[in-house]
Design a protein around this ligand. Structure first.
Ligand code: ZN
Ligand code: ZN
Length: 267
């Protein structure tokens, strides 16, 4: 299922695999000035192929290697002779088949084909725009945001997602995420484009709310640690339930991951 939305010169294609008519997990790609920002999950290859052949896509950039963002890179290379761009640290990983993706990832997004990518520079040019490539690790080590300073557009990949999150992925680095959020907030974006949410109203304020939420959560976890609680006890003491996500992802998304990540020393 693909829905198309237009935000002025930026188009957003919200997409999801459906099961019994219901979307399993929404994600999306943007198209701006012939540049495709991410290529969508592999199990939507048929829709993406139709989309890119109709839309005059000339370039593709990867916000990060997760397969809901890089899943059709091989298709773009084969059908349109486009070599997607990605942060240099993702090149090796994207060129290989994912060894053993968890069941929830295979169900929601499918399995990505290996694809060759070219390394991003500091700037990315399209016919009418210049995007600054900002390395923003945390959600993933290769994560980048794209910043168009003249228009105030910020493509934030998966760094924003929501002002408050109930869970963290096991491989996320929360300290790096906090630094990356600070870097993006300093830009004072006029328009924030989230890969899963579409355009976020009051984007700068929302990014600040997310940063404040993480800082408060970190303080709370450290305070509980000082009282002698272990990681499992701290996770139970945090508000909200992560049960659905914990079960669905086999523990890859959980509150406990927040605790582990905050208590891990900064790298
Ligand atoms: Zn992601
Ligand atoms: Zn994502």
């Amino acid at each position: 299922m693909i829905h198309s939305l237009a935000y002025g010169d930026v188009r957003y294609f919200r997409m999801a695999r459906t099961f019994l008519g219901r979307a399993l997990y929404w994600t999306g790609v943007y198209l701006v000035d012939g540049l495709l920002v991410d290529s969508g999950p592999p199990n939507l290859a048929r829709d993406v192929r139709r989309l890119v052949s109709e839309l005059g896509v000339r370039q593709c950039v990867t916000t990060h290697y997760h397969e809901d963002h890089s899943g059709n890179h091989a298709l773009l290379a084969g059908a349109l002779r486009i070599t997607p761009l990605a942060h240099a640290v993702a090149a090796g990983r994207l060129a290989q088949r994912d060894a053993a993706p968890q069941l929830y990832r295979r169900l929601a997004w499918g399995v990505r084909e290996p694809a060759r990518v070219a390394a991003l520079g500091e700037w990315l040019e399209t016919p009418h725009h210049r995007f600054q490539v900002i390395h923003t690790p945390g959600h993933a080590p290769d994560h980048v945001a794209l910043w168009e300073p003249r228009r105030g557009w910020l493509f934030s990949g998966d760094l924003y997602l929501a002002p408050k999150l109930r869970y963290l992925r096991a491989d996320e680095d929360v300290h790096a995420m906090i630094e990356s959020l600070r870097r993006l907030i300093a830009l004072e974006p006029a328009a924030l484009f989230c890969q899963h949410r579409g355009q976020v109203e009051h984007g700068g304020t929302r990014l600040r709310h997310k940063l404040e939420f993480l800082l408060e959560l970190g303080e709370r976890i450290q305070a509980l640690r000082r009282r002698g609680l272990d990681e499992a006890e701290i996770a139970r003491a945090l508000p909200g339930s992560d049960l659905f996500w914990r079960l669905w992802t086999g523990g890859d998304f959980s509150k406990r991951n927040f605790v582990t990540a905050f208590l891990r020393p900064r790298s």
